[in-house]
Ligand binder design. Sequence first.
Ligand SMILES: Cc1cc2nc3c(=O)[nH]c(=O)nc-3n(C[C@H](O)[C@H](O)[C@H](O)COP(=O)(O)OP(=O)(O)OC[C@H]3O[C@@H](n4cnc5c(N)ncnc54)[C@H](O)[C@@H]3O)c2cc1C
Ligand SMILES: NC(=O)c1ccc[n+]([C@@H]2O[C@H](COP(=O)([O-])OP(=O)(O)OC[C@H]3O[C@@H](n4cnc5c(N)ncnc54)[C@H](OP(=O)(O)O)[C@@H]3O)[C@@H](O)[C@H]2O)c1
Length: 497
Amino acid sequence: MVERIAIIGAGISGLLACKYTLSKGLTPIVFESQDEVGGVWTKTIRTTKLQTPKSLYQFSDFPWPPSLVQNFPTQNQVLEYIQSYARHHALLSHIKLNTRVVSVSYDGPPEEEMRTWTLWGGTGKPFGPKGKWKVTVQDTGSLRTEVHRVDFVIMCAGKYSDSPNIPEFPPDKGPEVFQGKVIHSMDYSAMDNASAAKLIQGNRVAVVGFQKSGMDISMECSSANGIKQPCTLLYRTEHWNMPDFLPWGVPWLISIKIASLSSWFISLRWGVSKFVESHIKKKLRLAKHGMVPKHSFFKELNSCSMATVPEGFFDRVEEGSIILKKAERFSFCSQGILIDSETEPLKIDLLVLATGFKGAHKLKAAFTSPTFRDLMDKDTRLPLYRECIHPRIPQLAFIGVSESIANLFTSEMTCRWLAELLDGTFKLPSITEMEKDVCQWNNYMKQSLGESYNRSCLGAAQIWYNDQLCKDMGWKPHRKKGPFRELFEPYGLMDYA
Ligand SMILES: Cc1cc2nc3c(=O)[nH]c(=O)nc-3n(C[C@H](O)[C@H](O)[C@H](O)COP(=O)(O)OP(=O)(O)OC[C@H]3O[C@@H](n4cnc5c(N)ncnc54)[C@H](O)[C@@H]3O)c2cc1C
Ligand SMILES: NC(=O)c1ccc[n+]([C@@H]2O[C@H](COP(=O)([O-])OP(=O)(O)OC[C@H]3O[C@@H](n4cnc5c(N)ncnc54)[C@H](OP(=O)(O)O)[C@@H]3O)[C@@H](O)[C@H]2O)c1
């Protein structure tokens, strides 16, 4: 029997899922709503670069071209690399571009029967004898829809597009009362470079959010308008954003390796955290700018909320072309925005909300079944076993939900695990055991993150996570030659090639 697999999305996760399912003799069909593959890398703001060292953001069987010397390639270079990967593995013939998945619905036993299952899908096997998924797709040009019946669905729809996180405001205090313009960073990224520059040029601009999009857009704004028309960046939380990858001269990956080893030893973890914090504080002069975070670097790492600071960002703050303003809360008035702790409005023409995305919301919305949507709604982190499958949603997997220091690393490792599961290399434990595992993992993350606990992130536990996948697949988890290298040498995808 030919098992048909629908893959939703052709970013790095969808391409990897396609490659690995093909390698097991399965028949994937990838639906991609855009007109090219590459996901978020197809369109970003002009100055975007890879913020992860490229050795960690590398397909295990397809190294970066040796001619590319930069450690942090530009958006175009990353896109070209991803698209070359798709061509190299002849994936394009399996991908339907300009095809949006509008819904997925499970056509199987009644819900009452499914509730009694003790094993995933009733049998513990990935392909259920009784059930199929109906995937409804729409051609983005003609708007014609068609339904595909498949044996398994892999959701690779990404978290950082389509579903912006827009703050809520009380009645008469939202964007509707403002005479200027309000956009989300997603709209800004979607603009061509000339239109984006025109939007900013000569205007009074404020940006909300002190993470990567917020910092990058503020930099573009300050380059365009200088100190004559400074850009105001509004933030509510100070962050340990990284100035470079050499804390006190120690290669970043070694610090991360030690931080990950120290996950379970509080005093070592504290030491590593303080070591990195002292470097960031000094290099970025955080105390002078009142930007020293209240939480530890370890929390930042474990919540995947750390970004790299664009070069020269704090120089722009010192010259006055970027103004940093703490705003726990704000609302709108006709001339601009009112910050809760201030009496005068900040008069602006344009507000850019670099306030992130509601990625999980987008993934839940694809399900027609309210029961499946509710199952995904239990927590801010999606409750997935091995960050990949929901114990009570049969014949379906997610890739790319969980983040890490290098998302490609996590997506490829999870894809390899999934391909082995689909191939029957190992069996899943019972639903109850999987739920217990998900719960323990969530409790650990809640304890270690406190109020920062909000998104699916492996953080410093990447190697521990890989170890679990390796054990399931029957692979040796320790991949280094000798205990010294095991302790101190950073892990990358090549260690699992
Ligand atoms: C600007 C930017 C820079 C980043 N930089 C880094 C970095 O330096 N390092 C790092 O580790 N991570 C980075 N990330 C995180 C990034 O999201 C991941 O690294 C990775 O590219 C995600 O790949 P993905 O395939 O999981 O998702 P995406 O790249 O989002 O791909 C999802 C694909 O699914 C398609 N899709 C969505 N819904 C549907 C649907 N209903 N029907 C059909 N198709 C659909 C989308 O069009 C898209 O092509 C960055 C993210 C952004 C936004
Ligand atoms: N490689 C690159 O160059 C690049 C460029 C852009 C984006 N990215 C990646 O893309 C992903 C998304 O990044 P992002 O910067 O768009 O989003 P993000 O990391 O989710 O950051 C959102 C920011 O908005 C703030 N915020 C959210 N809701 C708010 C509210 N109601 N009021 C005030 N502030 C609010 C958050 O503040 P709190 O911290 O207080 O929650 C945070 O500072 C990340 O993985 C990032 O690394 C990478």
